[in-house]
Design a protein around this ligand. Structure first.
Ligand SMILES: C[S@@+](CC[C@H](N)C(=O)[O-])C[C@H]1O[C@@H](n2cnc3c(N)ncnc32)[C@H](O)[C@@H]1O
Length: 190
């Protein structure tokens, strides 16, 4: 299966977006609420309907960018938060430098063979000491993905060369259907 633009756009057009929780995860809301630097450069890749970006923009964060392969959800972001920079394209081809990148069901949407590239790309996109933070699944799924699962052990191995793993622990504020199956993490680029 090719997880390309038409694969994802088809999901949005046909309303087969089971991953979409309709808002910001309480775990991320808590993390965002503790952020004080409103002018930092923030990126949300594979943003889908971009609830995190909309929330941040509405709270006064001035430099929020999102990227997604699919057009329809980006139109949603733009309509709700015109100040957010929306980019339609492939994360792996994005240029730029960010202070903070947010992960929310993007990593799990990628073919697992791309995981080392994901780590390298995040390190390239972050400024020195920049942060990658968000939620990752800590469960292996029975069905073929996406979503593709993972484990704390795997994440540690993937990220520890290029990032300081500040937090990597079970998410206590997951939405109910994901409770016990997600970890919250904060990784600082070395
Ligand atoms: C499972 S969805 C999650 C969307 C959103 N983060 C959410 O939680 O609702 C994965 C998203 O990643 C996007 N995507 C997949 N591969 C991508 C890539 N290489 N570059 C940019 N976006 C990508 C898809 O179009 C889709 O919107």
């Amino acid at each position: 299966m090719k997880l390309d633009q038409s694969f994802w756009e088809d999901k949005y057009i046909n309303n087969r977006t089971g991953w979409d929780i309709g808002g910001v995860s309480p775990q991320l809301q808590k993390y965002f609420s503790d952020l004080t630097e409103k002018n930092q450069k923030i990126l949300i890749p594979g943003c889908g309907n971009g609830y995190e970006a909309i929330w941040l923009a509405q709270k006064g964060f001035t430099d929020v960018s999102v990227i997604d392969l699919a057009g329809p959800p980006l139109a949603h972001v733009k309509s709700k938060a015109p100040s957010v920079k929306t980019i339609q394209g492939n994360f792996f081809q994005l240029d730029g430098h960010f202070d903070l990148i947010i992960e929310q069901t993007f990593f799990c949407a990628l073919d697992p063979s791309l995981r080392p590239q994901y780590v390298d790309k995040m390190a390239t996109l972050l400024k020195p000491k920049g942060m990658l933070a968000g939620l990752l699944f800590s469960i292996e799924f029975d069905r073929e993905g996406p979503p593709f699962g993972g484990s704390i052990k795997e994440y540690r191995q993937l990220f520890e060369d290029q990032f300081d793993l500040i937090t990597l622990s079970p998410a206590l504020l997951s939405i109910k259907p994901r409770l016990g199956n997600e970890v919250f993490f904060e990784f600082r680029k070395k």
